[in-house]
Design a protein around this ligand. Structure first.
Ligand code: TRP
Length: 328
């Protein structure tokens, strides 16, 4: 069978955290090592959909790439590229914007939720409205078969499938109909217990945090009013969130943690949690030491070139299918 291709990616808005690792990075590395051809997009234009401040994007791209390499994404196997550096993505977005209807794009629940969360109902940009169409181009330019994503991205994949189908039946079969691949690890709660771990909520442990920062964050994490280590996500939300974190980084189940910490208090528990988090982060941090800005620049230069080559090929097929590969 032909090698399968996957594409996924992130907006360069800040450092990646442990929730990203277990929710998606781990899965990407596994697929890479299983022989899929991976493409990872750093979606810098997409950042501008809900904010115009672009002053941090360049720096965030470097840090994001460093995070990728530190967890084992291998640039020999994985093409890591920057959205704005691939003009063919913009060209394909133009074609796709004719294949999607306004009413279809208006019904995207993820976009609605993002607009609501950012409070920009009355000032939504056209780019925000249509970014799922641009995301369809991200996925289909490298002809991806599989898209590993979180659940919030499913509406975008559904639209991508419809666009691919419409192109194929209107012109000629150029595109695969890509499948989403959901990660098995459920959303990791943040250190505040209430919400998912998220950089914007200040409740995250970053892959780049040093030991002192990990200690400070865990010590400050909210616990519950009693002092028992018991897993009860509703009644004891805060401690249960810490126990979930303990489980993902150490593999020790909540039941086993209850046994191990019977009769002990939150102080002892937090000490042990700090230890398992540091043990998890240490090899990642070791790897980071070798990843200089020069290394990153090389990886991205190479990735952009690889993606352009692929993009030029796909656009040639697109133009041929549309009888728009003019000789002039
Ligand atoms: N929308 C994704 C996010 O916010 C990032 C992204 C851009 C993406 N293009 C993509 C993800 C294509 C998967 C496939 O995280």
């Amino acid at each position: 069978m032909a090698q399968k291709t996957f594409l996924t990616g992130d907006r360069p808005t800040g450092p990646l955290h442990i929730g990203h690792y277990f929710g998606s990075l781990q899965n990407r590395v596994a697929l890479q090592n299983k022989g899929y051809k991976p493409y990872i997009i750093i979606a810098d234009y997409q950042v501008l959909t809900d904010r115009l401040d672009s002053s941090k994007i360049a720096e965030n791209i470097i840090n994001l790439t460093t995070d990728y390499l530190s967890v084992g994404l291998d640039p020999e196997k994985t093409t890591i590229f920057v959205q704005s550096q691939i003009p063919e993505l913009t060209e394909l977005t133009t074609v796709f914007s004719m294949l999607a209807t306004m009413s279809r794009v208006s019904r995207n629940p993820t976009v609605k939720e993002e607009v609501r969360a950012m409070n920009i109902e009355s000032s939504m940009s056209l780019g925000m409205f249509s970014y799922p169409v641009s995301q369809a181009a991200d996925i289909l330019l490298p002809l991806a078969d599989v898209v590993p994503v979180g659940e919030d991205q499913l509406p975008h994949i559904e639209l991508t499938r419809e666009i691919a189908h419409k192109f194929n039946t209107t012109y000629a079969p150029v595109f695969p109909i890509p499948e989403p691949l959901l990660s098995k690890t459920p959303r990791l709660p943040g250190l505040d217990g209430k919400q998912k771990m998220s950089k914007s909520r200040g409740n995250a442990i970053f892959l780049s945090d040093d030991d002192a920062t990990v200690m400070k964050k865990i010590k400050a994490a909210v616990t519950d009013s009693d002092s028992v280590i018991r897993y009860a996500p509703v009644e004891k939300m805060n401690v249960s969130a810490l126990m979930d974190l303990f489980t993902v980084v150490s593999g020790v189940s909540p039941e086993q943690q209850e046994k191990d910490f019977a009769g002990k208090g939150y102080g002892d528990y937090k000490k042990a949690l700090i230890d398992v988090i540091i043990a998890f982060l240490t090899p990642i941090r070791e790897k980071r030491k070798d990843i200089t800005p020069d290394v990153v620049a090389n990886v991205l230069t190479q990735g952009n070139a690889q993606m352009r080559e692929k993009g030029i090929q796909t656009m040639k097929q697109v133009r041929e299918a549309m009888h728009m590969n003019y000789p002039y």
